[in-house]
Design a protein around this ligand. Sequence first.
Ligand code: ADP
Ligand code: MG
Length: 266
Amino acid sequence: MAARGSGDRDQDPTPHPGPALAGVGSGGPSPTGPELDRILATCPITEIGRIPWGSNAVFQVLLDTPQGPRLAIYKPARGERPLWDFPAGTLHRREVATAVVDQALGWELVPRTVVRSDAPFGPGSIQEFIEKPGPKAVPRGAALQEQLAQMAVLDVLVNNADRKRAHILVDPQGRLRGIDHGVTFHAVPKLRTVLLELGGHPVPGRWIRALRRLHDDPPARVALAAALARLLSPGEVAAFERRLERLLRARVFPHLDPWGGRPWEW
Ligand SMILES: Nc1ncnc2c1ncn2[C@@H]1O[C@H](COP(=O)(O)OP(=O)(O)O)[C@@H](O)[C@H]1O
Ligand SMILES: [Mg+2]
């Protein structure tokens, strides 16, 4: 099979539960943050079912946790579709790197995500499963706009080449959560996003202040760079730091080409 580029799109319809594990809950009230990372990285995987509509091999897995069974999303490196513009076998690490940036900002836009090597089909990413919201939880109006702008800031920082609509979920608390960050952190600009209409608009002050806090905290930046260096190439870490500096200087979302900057939705 010819290697595709990150601009080629998977068939990614509206998210709904995968077939094999549909109806399984995530285990009720449960840990968050680093404790959730530990659960994702270490708890036994007891069931696995394929999600058939991803462009890469994507699985729902059931973890046996001290709080009960819990769903997660597993993307094995072996199942990553070859791309001409990203090194083979690195997409799952980019998923984790995006979560690491999100955590450094304290935003919780990205589900907790870890690298796991003892999973059924070999090393890959394991990500917190995001349940559907009830109809009343879906954000609207100004609250929605603010969260979309926040997602757009994250995408600029990580150079996300695939922010399509199906990659924005709403969680049961009504918060937007971004998924599918496999084609991120390229050293060359590759941003493609459904939010390209924000191009030229100012980044809301609240999000600029969050970037500034991270930028002006040398220990936090050193820790972030060290965490990213375990997942990305040195050139990609340096390019990330340049994007942070540039966005803080510009304070506006970048203009994208109306065609080239748009992800394919099908
Ligand atoms: N963290 C998650 N929580 C809930 N569903 C998810 C999550 N990650 C992926 N999915 C589901 O799996 C589908 C495919 O995942 P995606 O990350 O887009 O994979 P691919 O890299 O193959 O495009 C998504 O459209 C969504 O339905
Ligand atoms: Mg996808």
